[in-house]
Design a protein. Structure first.
Length: 99
């Protein structure tokens, strides 16, 4: 579980990271974030598409950085062994510090 880390008068921020095969979840995640932002101030949702890691420089490193600071990590639709093997060390480092 994560530490609250909230400041007096402010609730904690929530950093949700979704690591998935492609960016299909970006639209629904954006809508969910808009709907939940009033109830969860500081909510942040980021989508990281494994299909982009080999094509767009910096995208894998951005995914690693996001996982390293996430409160909640969702990994789904990672079918290719190369994607799993690449992100797995970051997930293992973070697993005891987030949900």
């Amino acid at each position: 579980m994560r530490d609250d880390g909230s400041l007096i008068g402010q609730g904690p921020g929530y950093r949700v990271v979704i690591v998935t095969l492609d960016s299909h979840a970006a639209g629904p995640a954006e809508r969910a974030m808009q709907n939940l932002s009033d109830d969860y101030p500081g909510l942040s949702v980021s989508i990281h598409a494994a299909a982009e890691w080999g094509e767009t420089p910096g995208t894998f490193e951005a995914a690693e950085r996001a996982v390293a600071t996430a409160d909640i990590v969702v990994a789904n639709l990672l079918f290719l062994e190369e994607h799993v093997a690449r992100i797995l060390p970051a997930l293992e480092r973070r697993r005891d510090h987030c949900d």
